[in-house]
Design a protein around this ligand. Structure first.
Ligand SMILES: Nc1ncnc2c1ncn2[C@@H]1O[C@H](COP(=O)(O)OP(=O)(O)OP(=O)(O)O)[C@@H](O)[C@H]1O
Length: 254
């Protein structure tokens, strides 16, 4: 299948919220899943909001597929975003919430309706089309948001801790669903998470943010073995790093 993702570039982007200032200079490769990690307040959501267009750089450029999107409003950017919650309109059915991915006025053709049904089946929600968001579990609501991502079919997917409030087993199911969608669509995914195990499960690359900057970036596998940056290892503590680390030491001894 053709690679559909587009590279996301933050070219010397600077931004500030009052005293909190940010400076991002990085390129996220097309069609990769990059986990974005870092301490609370380091700027992870801010980075995603700059790519989505909810915030505008004070200086520097955001490019998607090499195109400067500085004057492009969020709805016209080639991007979908899923947040931790409140992704759905409370008064619209599951079907309606997904249909918005195709038409903001919900004037859906027969082909659109078929695509909605297919997307809902893909995320495991067939039969729940008529329900309202309040009649769904938290995991099901996030599945609806992912079905809408399928309908929008944009080359970049921004995920801002979308599964943080779900239990571990369900989180794994949802991560596997994201990985499956990525395998089919090959979009570029930027995935904010605090959970090392989530980053290890689906992250191909990893960007570690600290104090409003990208302190380190590279392959996720490297971050989780002994060669990962010290600041990252301090951040994750014993979690996620220790297993890879002990295997590494064991291998060295044999
Ligand atoms: N709308 C806003 N107005 C003012 N300050 C903000 C706003 N949004 C974020 N900030 C500040 O910017 C800093 C970075 O916030 P951001 O949400 O990007 O961090 P984060 O790394 O995503 O954190 P967390 O892991 O806690 O979600 C924080 O100090 C926060 O208080």
């Amino acid at each position: 299948m053709a690679e559909k993702g587009l590279a996301v570039t933050l070219d010397d982007v600077s931004f500030s919220y009052g005293e909190a200032s940010f400076c991002f200079d990085a390129e996220f490769a097309a069609a990769r899943i990059t986990a974005i990690m870092g301490p609370s307040g380091s700027g992870k959501s801010t980075l995603l909001n700059l790519v989505a267009g909810f915030e505008s750089p004070g200086a520097g450029k955001v490019l998607i597929g090499g195109v400067d999107v500085g004057t492009t409003p969020p709805s016209a950017r080639p991007v979908s975003m899923v947040f931790q919650e409140n992704n759905l309109f409370a008064h619209l059915s599951v079907e309606g919430n997904v249909g918005l991915g195709r038409s903001p006025t919900l004037k859906l053709t027969a082909a659109d309706r078929h695509a909605v049904a297919q997307a809902l089946a893909r995320v495991g929600l067939a039969g729940k089309e008529k329900r309202l968001p309040r009649e769904l579990s938290g995991g099901e609501r996030q599945r609806v948001a992912l079905a809408r991502v399928l309908l929008r079919d944009r080359p970049v997917l921004l995920l801002d801790e979308p599964f943080a409030s779900l239990g571990p087993a369900l989180r794994d199911d949802m991560l596997d669903l994201v990985a499956g969608i990525h395998a089919e669509r090959r979009m570029t995914v930027l995935f904010v998470t605090h959970q090392p195990e989530d980053a290890r499960r689906i992250g191909q690359d990893l960007a570690f943010l600290d104090e409003g900057r990208i302190a380190a970036m590279g392959s996720a596998a490297e971050f989780f073995n002994q060669s990962g940056p010290d600041a990252f290892r301090r951040y994750i503590g014993d979690r996620g790093g220790s297993v890879a680390g002990s295997q590494h030491i064991a291998r060295k001894r044999t």
